[in-house]
Write a protein that binds this ligand. Structure first.
Ligand SMILES: [Zn+2]
Length: 116
């Protein structure tokens, strides 16, 4: 079975994250737009609260996606340096399964678990 190259996995993951960022930004823009249509004079307006909540939640997802993108930038640097796939903590190889699920992983599963 042909394995995908790490470069390819990181590039594909980047594409997915970029698409996610784009759709979250569109969603955020539509929330802001619909908020403009609601009269926001009353802070206790239940609709206003829902919008504020949804907006905060979308912003949270957006910042998560952006930090994933940063992690992928970091993965690219590691690919260039030849340290990709090596645990930054203990120096052991990171398993293929883990990298397939999380191409931006910088630590092996053991180190990731012991950090928590
Ligand atoms: Zn490790």
């Amino acid at each position: 079975m042909a394995r995908k190259s790490p470069e390819r996995m990181v590039a594909e993951e980047r594409e997915r994250v970029e698409q996610r960022i784009e759709s979250l930004q569109r969603h955020l823009a539509s929330i802001v737009e619909s908020a403009a249509w609601t009269t926001n004079d009353d802070e206790h307006d239940p609709e206003g609260v829902t919008i504020a909540y949804e907006r905060a939640q979308t912003q949270g997802l957006l910042s998560d996606a952006k930090s994933e993108l940063e992690a992928l930038d970091h993965a690219d640097e590691r690919l260039a340096k030849g340290t990709y796939g090596t645990c930054e903590n203990c120096g052991k190889r990171i398993s293929q399964e883990r990298l397939a699920a999380l191409p931006a992983a910088t630590t092996c599963i053991r180190c990731a678990n012991s950090r928590r």
